[in-house]
Design a protein around this ligand. Sequence first.
Ligand SMILES: *Cc1c(COP(=O)(O)O)cnc(C)c1O
Length: 362
Amino acid sequence: MKLVTYATIDLSALQHNLAVARLFAPDSGIIAVIKANAYGHGLLSVAKALSSADAFAVARIDEALVLRKSGFQQRIILLEGFSNAMALDACRTHNIELVIHCIEQIHLLEKYKPLSNIVLWLKIDTGMNRLGFDTKDFSIIYPRLKACLARNGEINFMTHLANADDPEDVKTLEQIFIFQETVSPYGNACSIANSAGLLTRKESLKDWVRPGLMLYGISPLIDKTGAQLDLKPVMGLYSQLIAIKTVEAGESVGYGGSWITPKPIRLGVVAIGYGDGYPRQASVGTPVLIKGQKVPIVGRISMDMLTVDLSLQPQAEVYDEVMLWGDLLPIEKVATAMNTIPYTLVCGVTARVPRYVIRGKS
Ligand SMILES: *Cc1c(COP(=O)(O)O)cnc(C)c1O
C-alpha cells in the first residue's frame, strides 16, 4: 500500500552526520542527543543507527528506560537528572548517568550516601540561566557532591551554551571562559559543546561533545543550511495532492476565508495538516515541492489538509507526491518561511505520521 502522508528516516544519513561530528571533534567522546523521540525521528531506530556513538543523552527517565528495555547497553545520560527518590532508584538500577543541577538533588543524594557505581554530571550555569549551579557556589557544591559517592563513583562537569547558533555572538566565548575558570583546579572530564558549538568553536570541544540537531542533518547555525556543512537531512516529510480545482479570482480559500485569490488559480489540496504536526502558524507563501517545483501554501492550514497555489507548477496532477521538507527542500528554509526553527518542525511531527525507515535514497 502506498502511504499518503509519511516521513522517511534515512539511517545512512544519520551515520554520515555522526561521522561529520567525529571529524569536527576527533578527540572527544560523542554523546548523541536523542531526546524527544530522537527529535521526532523515532527513538529506537535512531539509537540503533547511532549505536557507534560513545553515549546517548535523553531528557526524561522514561526515554532512558525505553532504551534499556530495548537492550541498549551504551552509556545513557539523563540531561534533566532526577527529581525524586524513585527516579533516582530506577536510574541506579538501570545504570543511567545523572545530571546534577540543583541543590534539591544533592539533598536527596545525601540521604543515600555513599552511592557506589554511579556517574554524575555536575552542571554549571555559565550564563544561560536555565539548569545548573552558579559558578560562585561551585567550590562548595563539588566537594559536597563528591562526599555522596563511594570511591568508584565518577563526577564529570558540564555546561550548556545559550547563543552558539550565532557564530558572531561573543557570549559563547564568555561562557567557555567562565566554565574553564571554574573547573580548571580539578581534573574531571568536561563537556560544553552542543551541535553549534561543535561546528564553530574549537574551544568548546572538551572530553565530551553533545551534538543533537546536526545528527539529524539540520544546521544549528542561523546563517547556514545543513548541506553547506556537509550534513545530510535524515527526515523527509511527504504527502500527496488529493484534489485540484480551479478557483475564480476574488474567491476566499479555506477556514475563515483569510486568503482571497488574486486571479483565477489552480488550487491544490495536500493531505497534511496540523494533525500531522504541520504548523497551523505556517504563513501564506511557505513553500512545498511538487515535481521539483516550489509552490506556495495559500489559505489556513486545516487539521488534515492544506492548500497550495499551483500556478507555478502547471504539470501538477492529482496523486502527485508533495515534499514538505527533505533533501530537495531544506527544512531550514521552510522553518524560516514559517518564522520558526527546524527543531520545532521535526519534534512536532505527530504519532499518526508513519516513520518509514530507509537507507539512502532508493
Ligand atoms: C538538547 C541538548 C543538546 C543538543 O543540542 P543541539 O542544539 O540539538 O545540538 C546538548 N546539550 C543539552 C544539555 C541539551 O539539552
